[in-house]
Structure formats: structure tokens, C-alpha cells
Design a protein around this ligand. Structure first.
Ligand code: BES
Ligand code: MN
Ligand code: ZN
Length: 500
């Protein structure tokens, strides 16, 4: 998809679909007012008939509007003018993106970025708009066989972003960022959606190597032997029931000076979670192919960061394995020794994410990180607590937590913090090891993070539980590409802070 930005008013523009915003009760944006004037009041008259619903994100198409050079005008409702904010803005650009991705026009012009969202700078809106439009073009096709869509692809290929503002370099770079983030999301979505018989640990490692070829990213892949030599007994214990070779993927993106401390991203890469011997029930178990979405978000973020050529150092670590029951599988009650030397009584083999992450978090120490962020579809409890709107956030450093919360708000890919108080640590007591791997019925997301916190004492650390946000279930089942926007935003902000 090709994006350009132009200064101007919309009525003279020759294009397939022209997108303009309208507030509830027919209150026109500047762009819509210009069209209305050119059409001698026709636009306002059409709106007066109730053609467009007041709810933000509603759309209506008008063909061959008089006085306008475009084939069709797509009116997008921005909701009530005095209630216009983040949610209405997201709904409006989402609707615009969907209509352009599925509509008949090859070329489109979009006038939405001038809509003034309180607290959001113009460049920010431009980035989000671009990202939404590019992201809406993602399609899953890889395994569709006869159902593969062979008809020529519909949807806009060229998009002009129209504004009344003077164009600046910052605007051009905002558009590039939006595209890069969408590209990262597309990779994360594709990996998430691929079935577990294709998206194996080996496939994740191959994807990382592919990124290494495409961009300036160094990729190392450690094999089972290497993990054993490093003493990763906890990670190894999860791999025992599976016939798929586990992979421990390490990626280095160096955009800043060699000495600058890296941000380390650690992604849970369980390519299928059966629960192991603590087998999960059958219903919806297929969705456990998404248990590598943390890993996918690290790969997607690397792609976005490399595409933007951000001046920052980033290390990505992905412990990847299946969690299967099998003759060699770990049994409830087994005690294993982690790379840190701490022993773990595995009381439930379905709490496997923390078992692979803890060794990856210990491994992360060698990079002397500026901070470490792990991303994991870690607990069903997180979905119970927060639903599917924000990711869960827990951290051993309030400054880092604040930064991530703010980047969540800025990107629209939000997180919500839960406490990591000392009192919860008691719940992990074991009679036979330094800790158990589960904390009982209550506060499951917090006790999971408490477990991880025992391996992150050497650095500033935050944990994102994306169990509720990485994919949607039901009819529209599919990966969301989250939290690539949040992580990208964080790295953009960090790279700008370092540069200034
Ligand atoms: N991958 C799951 C978490 C999960 C479950 C994410 C459902 C999204 C939807 C994780 O490995 C798991 O099984 N966690 C257990 C932990 C429990 C055994 C302490 C859970 O949440 O039930
Ligand atoms: Mn599990
Ligand atoms: Zn899992």
C-alpha cells in the first residue's frame, strides 16, 4: 500500500473514494463543509435525511456527489462533537480502514486526520490513521486451499492523506511509522493464526532467521543441547513431552552505539499448549495455537523497529516449545532446577509459560539490559480480571510501568497495571522446592508474575499478560497483532529520549 500526504481541500480531488468525517446531528468537519459548499448544500441535505447514523464509526456512501470530482464520498460519523475523544476516533478510523480495505476503489483520499482529538497531536493521528488503514488489509490465506480467494484483490492500493496543514518531515515520518507498525502487526497475526502443525518452534526460528536476512538483525538459535549446557532445567522440563525440537531464539537489533544498553524483549513461544499431563479440557483447545503470540509480538516488533531503523539497541529472546503430554513428559510433583539455581516444584504442568520464561529471563541478565519486558499469553485469570480490552501489566519498577501505560494510551494498544505486592509471594510456597509453579485459586495473574519476579531481580522488568488481547475468539477468530503497537511505541519513545 502506498501512502502520500497532501495539503488541500477535498472537492477538486479526483479519486475513487473520498473519506470525510461528520459529527452527529449533521455537524460538518472542515473537509465535509468544503464538499457541501461545492455541492451547493447537497451533502447537508443528504445528512438531514438521516443517511448517516450518529454513532461514531457509522458509515454511508454517496455516489457522484455534484461539485466533487471523486466517484464516491464515504461519510464517517465521528459521534457527538462534544464527546469526541479517543474511542470515537478509533471507531471512526477503524470503519474507514475497513471500508477502504474491502471497497471497490483502487485509490482513495482520506480527510480524517484533521479531526481534532483532545490530547492527540496531528502527527500522532496521522500515524494511527495510516496504521489502521494498512492493518485492515491483512488477510489470512496460508492454509485455505480450495477456499483461497483467487479473485483479484479488492481494496485501496493508493491512499492520499489530505490535510489543511502544511506538510512537514515529522508528518512524513509519522506515516512511515504507521506503516511499519502495521507491517509488524501483520507478521504477528500471521504467526498467531498459522496452525500449530505449521507454526512449530522451528518455524519461529526460521522466521527470525528470515528477518535476519531481510534486515540488520543478528539471529542466534540455541538447540536443546545448548539449553541443557546452560542449565535451563525449567525450560527443558516443558519440552519433554513433545517430539518437536525446542528452539531458543536470540535476536540482536543494533540501531544505536554499541555501548548503549539494550531493551530486552522476551516472548513466550509455546507453539501449542495442551496443558501437558495436567491436560486441558477439549473445548476451544484449538485456541492454544495462539500460545506463542508473545513470541510473535517480539518478531513483529523487531520487524517494525528495523523498518523504522530506530536508533536504539534491542535484544529479543524467544523460548519456543510445545507443551505436550507424552511418555517423557514432566509430571505434577516433579522438581526441576532453573538456570538461576532456584528449584521449582511443578504442581501443574499447564502453568508452563512461567517455566520457559524464567530461564529466558535469567539468560537476559547477560545483556546488561536497560530494561526487560516479557510478553506472554500467561493466564486465563487475566482475561477474567480485565477482559479483552487491555493487556495486564505488572512490573518491579514503577517508572517503567508508567512508561508502558502511557505508550499504551498513546498507541491505543492499552495496558492496565495490577499490583505485585510482596504479600502475594507467600502463595508460591512449596514443601519440596524453593517455590511451586502455581499459587492457588486466587489472583492467578499476580501469582504468575510473582513467580517471574523471582528471576528478574538484576534489572528493571515489566511483564505484559496478553492472554486476553492477543487474539479474538468466536466468529471473527483471529490474532490481533497486539501488543506490537504498544511495544513499537515504547521503543520509539525510548529512542527519541536517547537522541534528545
Ligand atoms: N496459555 C495458558 C493461559 C491461557 C489460557 C491464555 C486461556 C489464554 C486463554 C497458560 O499456559 C495456562 O494454561 N495457564 C493456566 C495457569 C494455571 C494452571 C495456574 C491458566 O490460566 O489456567
Ligand atoms: Mn498452560
Ligand atoms: Zn500456555
Amino acid at each position: 500500500m502506498e501512502f502520500t500526504i497532501k495539503t488541500g481541500t477535498p472537492e477538486k480531488l479526483k479519486t475513487g473514494t473520498l473519506v470525510v468525517g461528520v459529527f452527529a446531528d449533521g455537524k460538518l468537519t472542515e473537509a465535509a463543509a468544503a464538499l457541501d459548499k461545492a455541492s451547493k448544500g447537497r451533502l447537508a441535505a443528504i445528512l438531514k435525511r438521516g443517511e448517516l447514523d450518529d454513532k461514531a464509526g457509522s458509515v454511508a456512501t454517496i455516489h457522484d456527489l455534484s461539485g466533487s470530482a471523486c466517484e464516491r464520498v464515504l461519510l464517517v460519523s465521528l459521534g457527538k462533537a462534544d464527546e469526541f475523544g479517543d474511542k470515537a476516533w478509533r471507531d471512526a478510523i477503524g470503519a474507514c480502514a475497513k471500508a477502504l480495505a474491502n471497497g471497490p476503489a483502487d485509490e482513495a483520499a482520506v480527510c480524517l486526520a484533521d479531526a481534532d482529538v483532545p490530547g492527540r497531536a496531528f502527527e500522532r493521528r496521522l500515524q494511527q490513521l495510516t496504521c489502521a488503514i494498512a492493518d485492515a488489509t491483512y488477510r489470512y490465506d496460508a492454509t485455505k486451499g480450495l477456499r483461497k480467494d483467487k479473485s483479484p484483490r479488492r481494496g485501496a492500493r493508493k491512499v492520499v492523506l489530505l490535510t489543511a496543514n502544511k506538510i512537514s518531515a515529522a508528518m512524513e515520518s509519522a506515516i512511515k511509522r504507521g506503516q511499519a507498525v502495521a507491517e509488524g502487526m501483520a507478521l504477528a497475526k500471521e504467526l498467531g493464526n498459522l496452525p500449530a502443525n505449521i507454526c512449530t518452534p522451528t518455524h519461529l526460528a526460521d522466521t527470525a532467521k528470515e528477518l535476519g536476512k531481510q534486515f540488520k538483525i543478528k539471529v542466534e538459535v540455541l538447540e536443546r543441547d545448548d539449553m541443557e549446557k546452560l542449565g535451563m532445567g525449567s525450560l527443558i522440563s516443558v519440552t519433554r513431552g513433545s517430539h518437536q525440537p525446542p528452539k531458543f531464539i536470540v535476536m540482536h537489533y543494533k540501531g544505536a552505539k554499541g555501548k548503549e544498553k539494550p531493551v530486552v524483549l522476551v516472548g513466550k513461544g509455546i507453539t501449542f499448549d495442551t496443558g501437558g499431563i495436567s491436560l486441558k479440557p477439549a473445548a476451544e483447545m484449538d485456541e492454544m495455537k495462539y500460545d506463542m503470540c508473545g513470541a510473535a509480538s517480539v518478531l513483529g516488533t523487531f520487524k517494525a523497529v528495523a523498518r523504522m531503523a530506530l536508533p536504539i539497541n534491542v535484544v529479543g529472546i524467544i523460548p519456543a516449545t510445545e507443551n505436550m503430554p507424552g511418555g517423557g513428559a514432566t509430571k505434577p510433583g516433579d522438581v526441576v532446577t532453573s538456570m538461576s539455581g532456584q528449584t521449582i516444584e511443578i504442581l501443574n504442568t499447564d502453568a508452563e509459560g512461567r517455566l520457559i520464561l524464567c530461564d529466558a529471563l535469567t539468560y537476559a541478565e547477560r545483556f546488561k539490559p536497560a530494561c526487560v519486558i516479557d510478553i506472554a499469553t500467561l493466564t486465563g485469570a487475566c482475561v477474567v480480571a480485565l477482559g479483552k480490552i487491555p493487556s495486564g501489566l505488572l512490573a518491579n519498577d514503577d517508572g517503567l510501568a508508567r512508561e508502558l501505560l502511557d505508550c499504551g494510551t498513546a498507541s491505543g494498544d492499552r495496558a492496565w497495571q495490577l499490583p505485585l505486592w510482596e504479600e502475594y509471594q507467600e502463595l508460591l510456597k512449596s514443601n519440596f522446592a524453593d517455590m511451586g509453579n502455581i499459587g492457588g485459586r486466587y489472583a492467578g495473574t499476580i501469582t504468575a508474575a510473582c513467580f517471574l519476579s523471582r528471576f528478574t531481580k538484576a534489572y528493571k522488568w515489566a511483564h505484559l499478560d496478553i492472554a486476553g488481547t492477543a487474539w479474538v475468539s468466536g466468529e471473527a477468530k483471529g490474532a490481533t497483532g497486539r501488543p506490537v503497537p504498544l511495544l513499537s511505541e515504547f521503543l520509539i519513545a525510548r529512542s527519541e529520549a536517547a537522541g534528545s
